[in-house]
Design a protein around this ligand. Structure first.
Ligand code: UD1
Length: 432
């Protein structure tokens, strides 16, 4: 098992290039199984969740060729099995996109119940409601979910909660259904739009992605395509907040600034400088930042996936701030870890009340999930002394070469084996 060892206290400075969006890529890889022709997907992040998804589609018969770094060619004409199950796919959330994709193309699928980060109960009732409305039968048993339909017919579906997963999944199933589907109260996240754009590039007829209503006219067949995935909004945001928390100056390249607006607005509000370029943002924080209130909301609101990073930043800012989590019910598990570092945070219900402290101190902390893990790394970079972040397999689900990108910004961080005391000593000798 590996951990990050970090010597904090250095402002991060320099340039970083952001990779493709994990959550768009997961939907797009599932969609790639819906045509017999070859699709080429570029700007694909090389991270654990994506590699699990690639293995899953290879496992059911798709041919996957890694044609260049961050590029795959997928041909699915030999897909022969509709059963998706292995110990890895059980750990990722987006395994459920294979239900929508295989149901849409082959009219049946059996997929392991989705896993993902442990951030509270994560029902899939809205996905099921959508599949049923399209004419599918859905059954759950032995940790597997099974969907099948003789015919898929377009339908009018109103989502009771705004769900990224349900929006993408129903869109996948409906784009090859007979007739017209209208989905109301949908998620508007950039990755929803990206999956819709990819499907349209394959010949689907999807309109309205990015608004509250998506209208789909089913087509009998999808064709090959070449597509480049949008940049990852959350990876970009993580580096923006790392710049602010370490009083640094980072130019974050290969981003779509519009996707970062809720983050940019909060950073400016608390006193950071944010400069926007066509495909880059620069974040500069030369002094200690101020207080604010934050509530996570569906896009274009403040993303829940940036909530832990925001809390770390406010833990070091002046005054009392509050962060309210309105999407997931159990997303403050990392607060106990920050407490070990000297942060002053009290959680009441779904709100964290944060009394900013001037300094936090390094400690051994455990990443409880992907984004909280990244937030603990930011805390370590801003803290005095050494921080060990353990359980980093969570972080590696969503950040490609995280420690290398941080090293290039001047951070003292290394990935070492948890039991390798010699490597820890060597790191400490090196950084002093
Ligand atoms: C996706 C993202 C995740 C992000 C989240 C919210 C992926 C792989 N993961 O997760 O990183 O944090 O969006 O932006 O893209 N809900 C229901 N019934 C359902 C579906 C969802 O009640 O059928 C609820 C959830 O419990 C949650 C809310 O809706 O409270 C939003 O969840 P959803 O948008 O579906 O999140 P995911 O797609 O799981």
């Amino acid at each position: 098992m590996e951990q990050y060892i970090i010597k904090g206290g250095k402002p991060l400075a320099g340039e970083v290039v952001i990779g493709g969006a994990k959550n768009a890529a997961l939907g797009i890889l599932a969609a790639a199984t819906m045509t017999d022709e070859t699709v080429t997907i570029d700007n694909l992040p090389d991270i654990r969740d994506i590699n699990v998804m690639l293995q899953a589609i290879e496992g059911i018969g798709a041919h996957v060729e890694h044609s260049a770094p961050h590029e795959v060619r997928i041909n699915s004409h030999q897909i022969h099995a509709m059963d998706v199950d292995n110990e890895f796919i059980r750990k990722i959330r987006a395994s459920y996109y294979l239900l929508g994709a295989l149901l849409g193309k082959y009219h049946h699928a059996r997929v392991a119940l989705p896993g993902g980060c442990n951030i509270g109960s994560r029902p899939i009732d809205q996905h099921i409601k959508g599949f049923k409305a399209l004419g599918a039968k859905v059954s759950i048993g032995q940790d597997m979910i099974c969907v099948e339909a003789e015919h898929l017919r377009g339908s009018h579906i109103y989502l009771d909660v705004v769900s990224v997963g349900a929006t993408i999944n129903i869109m996948l199933a409906a784009c090859m259904a007979e007739g017209r589907t209208i989905i109301e109260n949908v998620a508007k996240e950039p990755h929803v739009v990206d999956v819709a754009n990819f499907l349209n590039s394959m010949g689907a007829n999807i309109k309205g992605a990015g608004t509250d209503i998506i209208r789909i006219t089913g087509v009998p067949k999808l064709h090959g395509s070449t597509y480049s995935i949008i940049p990852d909004q959350i990876e970009a945001g993580t580096f923006m907040f790392a710049a602010a928390a370490t009083k640094g100056d980072i130019l974050i390249k290969n981003v779509i600034p519009k996707h970062l607006e809720s983050l940019t607005a909060k950073l400016i509000e608390i006193g950071a400088e944010v400069e926007e370029f066509d495909d880059a943002v620069r974040v500069v924080a030369s002094k200690r930042l101020g207080r604010t209130t934050v509530k996570t909301l569906p896009y274009p609101g403040f993303p829940t996936d940036m909530q832990p990073q925001m809390t770390v930043l406010l833990a070091l800012s002046r005054g009392t701030s509050t962060v309210t989590e309105s999407i997931f019910e159990n997303r403050f598990m990392y607060v106990d870890e920050l407490f070990k570092m000297g942060a002053s945070i009290k959680v009441e219900g779904n709100t964290a009340i944060i009394d900013g402290v001037e300094e936090i101190t390094g400690a051994t902390v455990f990443a409880p999930d992907l984004r909280a893990g990244a937030a603990l790394v930011i805390a370590g970079l801003a803290a005095k002394g050494y921080t060990m972040v353990q359980q980093i397999h969570y972080v590696e689900r969503g950040y490609e070469t995280f420690e290398e990108k941080l090293q290039a910004l001047g951070a003292d961080i290394e990935k070492v084996d948890v039991d390798d005391a010699k490597a820890v000593r060597k790191f400490k000798m090196k950084v002093g």
